[in-house]
Ligand binder design. Structure first.
Ligand SMILES: *Cc1c(COP(=O)(O)O)cnc(C)c1O
Length: 394
């Protein structure tokens, strides 16, 4: 048996989004500040709708998720030379954004469940004296947020959440992104909403919101924003924040607005696929899928598992055999980054050579697979079958 479907194929953009995008193009007013009297820009409408959906006071749409992260760091007051704690299992835009603002990441170990290691976070917070944490809910795994909030409070740390993989997820009933001071989301093609590129930032802090908006490149037209704080918040920051030009345009916002209304339904579809894969794969003796807590309402847009191969086999060989049969797995154990993977020790532009033995060990057995909504449950069963056959080979 060979699996035929591509792992990188997203669903088409909804028809309603296409026609709205066409309307924007017909109008010629693609820039968010290019509005006629009485008009509200698509970007402002998206900000308003996303803020309401997320349950946050303020929202800013940006050119990418990575730009949202960078803007969040600046808005939170990170200055060159400052230290920023960050879990080591994350994607390259996280260290990239910290580097871009001249700050220095202090990487924290992850545990076998791909959660930020609470004890390591506490000890690094204590020794580094970092005042910021960029917590990445990598591949949708949400650590104990109460513990993390407790540590942040104890050490006076401002937390930014990277919710690129948790848009729509909840932890103990609260939406991911509402635990820290600022949350960042991505609407890049492979995330939970698709505008090609794009990002969203939410916060309840008026001053952070005002700084973020000016930093995104609002000039002095911030008054047209959809989910912005009142003028008074801007007064103190508007001449003290750089314009880093990272706005979203109306075309992308038009594509995203109808997708937001489908998001809850899509989360359910993702989880149905995830659960099918999970129940099939847990049968294999050399595969371990970490059990999620009953109060973690994750979004199963990807699946991770630990694998143990026997002594005549290796993980790269197993991955290659799966690939030959059409099943695309990623492995975080490789010395050199491949495709979208990368490990903390491959970000060699960072000055310090950090060694995180626990994270390296966890990632050395971690396999990762994308679950696009263009798959159905039958596809998931076929994929699981192939993986099970290949992992048990002598
Ligand atoms: C995708 C992603 C981002 C943001 O990426 P952009 O491509 O800049 O939108 C940030 N963090 C993680 C973990 C991601 O996967």
């Amino acid at each position: 048996m060979h699996f035929e479907k591509p792992f990188t194929q997203q669903e088409p953009i909804p028809e309603e989004a296409i026609s709205r995008a066409v309307d924007v193009m017909r109008s010629g007013r693609l820039h968010r500040y290019n509005i006629v009297a009485g008009e509200t820009a698509e970007v402002s409408l998206l900000e308003k709708e996303f803020a309401a959906w997320q349950g946050a006071k303020y929202c800013l749409a940006t050119a990418s998720g990575g730009q949202a992260l960078q803007i969040a760091l600046r808005a939170a007051g990170v200055k060159p030379g400052n230290k920023v704690l960050a879990n080591a299992y994350t994607l390259a835009p996280v260290p990239g954004s910290i580097f871009a603002v001249g700050a220095k990441p202090i990487f924290v170990e992850v545990d076998a469940n791909w959660h930020t290691d609470i004890e390591n976070l506490r000890s690094k917070a204590e020794t580094s004296k970092a005042q910021f944490l960029m917590l990445s809910h990598m591949r949708g795994h949400i650590a104990d947020m109460y513990e993390i909030n407790r540590i942040c409070k104890e050490f006076n740390i401002t937390m930014i959440e990277d919710c690129a993989h948790t848009m729509g997820a909840r932890w103990k009933g609260e939406r991911s992104g509402n635990f820290g001071e600022i949350a960042c989301f991505s609407t890049q093609t492979y995330k939970h909403m698709n505008s090609g590129e794009g990002g969203l930032l939410t916060t309840n802090n008026a001053q952070f919101a005002a700084r973020a908006i000016i930093t995104s490149g609002s000039y002095m037209i911030y008054g047209t924003h959809g989910a912005a704080p009142a003028e008074k918040a801007f007064r103190q920051v508007k001449l003290k924040s750089p314009n880093c030009s990272a706005r979203m345009d109306n075309l992308r916002a038009a594509i995203l607005r109808p997708q937001l209304t489908q998001l809850e339904a899509n989360v359910k579809r993702w989880n149905d696929l995830y659960k099918t894969l999970e129940s099939e794969l847990t049968e294999a003796t050399n595969i371990t899928i970490c059990a999620r807590k009953h109060y973690e309402d994750y979004v199963g847009s990807s699946i991770q598992f630990h694998i143990t191969t026997n002594e005549n086999d290796s993980i790269p060989e197993f991955i290659q055999r799966c690939l030959t049969r059409g099943v695309e797995l990623k492995w975080f154990g490789s010395e050199e980054p491949v495709g979208f993977t990368s490990r903390y020790d491959s970000w060699r532009y960072l000055e310090d050579n950090v060694d995180l033995p626990q994270t390296t060990n966890v990632l050395s057995t971690t396999c990762d697979m994308r679950v696009p909504l263009t798959f159905n449950k039958d596809d998931c069963r076929k994929i699981a079958q192939i993986i099970k056959e290949e992992v048990t080979r002598e």
